[in-house]
Every structure is written in C-alpha cells, then in structure tokens.
Design a protein around this ligand. Structure first.
Ligand code: SAM
Length: 233
C-alpha cells in the first residue's frame, strides 16, 4: 500500500534503512502493547503504516520513539500511544464507515484511519501543514480527502459521519460537529483546559448523546469558532 520512494544512496542502503524502520516500528508497537493497547486491528495498523514517512528526512530516525514531535507552526505529530489510544476508542465505537478527523497535522493519524478501511476526510487550519499533508497523501497513493479550514465547523457537504476524531484539545464539544454525527455515530475528543484534557467518547443515539470519560492527555489547542480563541495562545 505504501511506496517508499527512491534512495539517493542506492537500493542496498534504502533497504537497510527500511529494515531498520521496520524493526523500530515493531518495537514501537511492543511499547503500545505494554501501555495497554490490545486491539489487534489497531496494533496491526501501527505496525504497517510507516510513521517515518510523515517526518522530514533528517528527523526520521526519531519517528518510532513514543513521543510527540514538532511539525512546525507550534504544532506536533501526536505521541504514538495517544494516537493508538484514540484509534482504539474510535474502532470500538465505530468499526467502519465515514470518518472526519479534525487536525490533519502531519497526516499520520489520517493514514492510520485509511489503513483501517475508513473513508477518511480530514481538516487542517494551517495552510502549510494542509499542503504538506496533501502532498504526502498523493505521494503515498492514499485516498484521503483533506481540506483547509476551521474544523470546528465540520464538513457540512460530507456529513453525516459515522465517526469524528478531534486531534487537538477542545474547551468543549463543538455543537456543529455533534450535529454532523450520524444518528448512531460517535466522536473521540480531548476536552479540558489549555494544559490538559480528558479523552472523551460521545456516542449519539438519535437525539441522545452519551459521554464517557477516559484518562488525561495534553494536546495543542483546537483553535476556531467553536474551539479556543487564537488570541488566548
Ligand atoms: N493528527 C495529527 C497527526 O497525525 O499528525 C496531529 C494533530 S496536532 C496534535 C493538532 C492539529 O490540529 C494541528 O495541526 C493544528 O493546526 C490543528 N488544528 C487546531 N485547531 C484546528 C481547527 N479548528 N481546525 C482544523 N485543524 C485544527
């Protein structure tokens, strides 16, 4: 599914570095298992999607440590454990269908969702990140639809969504996004203050919305009309 591209140092060194990345990816997934991620579908996706391809070339050797990493413009690619935790919550409440991700960032989380077989739409508010991710999706042959804009307002023309995943910290659940959930859809969203947020799953059943709260994480802010005001940061 993923093409690795040409190496300037020849096929042998390309293979060697890819083998090394594969080994590190396996170690990363062992770490995810040690931290309690048990869903096999999720673990396989993290094993198969090459996270290093979402990093600049000079930083690729850091791609498989269990840490968030800066992607420019004050933003980060989330820590693998955080991404896996959110993915497992989404898979458990919405195993297939159409998913909207808010906060494309590097594009890695969208690639994981695509690999899991969802039809993926993703929104990013920073033009440079959106353009970079769009290029990556095209280069890797991924069928992910992305757009530039304020994701707190969702993607009206593509709604309803079976799942919505917000990968930035929200002060509260955006009403517009709740309205764009399918009648049996679910949302995974970190909600809280500017420093830490509680991972939250909101399941919709008709006009009824049920919240379940999980552990704390620390995300960059969801900035937008139904998120934080960008003058706060
Ligand atoms: N999912 C990303 C990945 O796999 O690399 C990491 C997301 S990063 C932690 C959060 C992203 O959300 C940032 O790229 C940020 O610009 C974006 N963001 C924040 N507020 C947003 C909004 N209202 N609409 C769209 N994107 C937003």
């Amino acid at each position: 599914m993923f093409s690795i591209g040409n190496s300037t140092n020849g096929v042998f060194s390309m293979k060697k570095s890819e083998q090394l990345h594969e080994l590190r990816r396996r170690e990363m997934v062992e770490t995810l298992q040690r931290y309690g991620i048990v869903n096999r579908r999720v673990l396989d996706a993290f094993l198969e999607v090459p996270r290093h391809l979402f990093f600049d070339r000079e930083a690729r050797e850091l791609a498989y440590s269990d840490a968030a990493y800066p992607i420019g413009f004050g933003q980060t690619i989330s820590q693998p454990f955080t991404a896996a935790f959110m993915t497992a919550l989404l898979v458990e409440c919405c195993s297939s269908g159409k998913v909207l991700e808010i906060g494309t960032g590097s594009g890695y989380q969208a690639a994981i969702l695509d690999h899991l077989g969802y039809t993926v739409f993703t929104v990013e508010r920073i033009a440079e990140l959106y353009e970079r991710a769009e290029k990556h999706f095209a280069m890797l042959g991924l069928d992910i639809t992305c757009c530039l804009g304020d994701g707190t307002l969702g993607w009206k023309s593509e709604a309803p969504f079976d799942g919505i995943m917000i990968t930035a910290g929200a002060p509260r659940e955006p009403q517009t996004l709740l309205d764009q959930l399918a009648r049996n859809g679910c949302m995974v969203i970190p909600i809280g203050g500017s420093c830490s947020q509680q991972m939250t799953v909101i399941r919709r059943s008709g006009n009824d919305f049920r919240k379940e709260i999980f552990q704390q994480f620390s995300f960059v802010p969801l900035v937008g009309r139904e998120g934080w005001n960008d003058t706060v940061f």
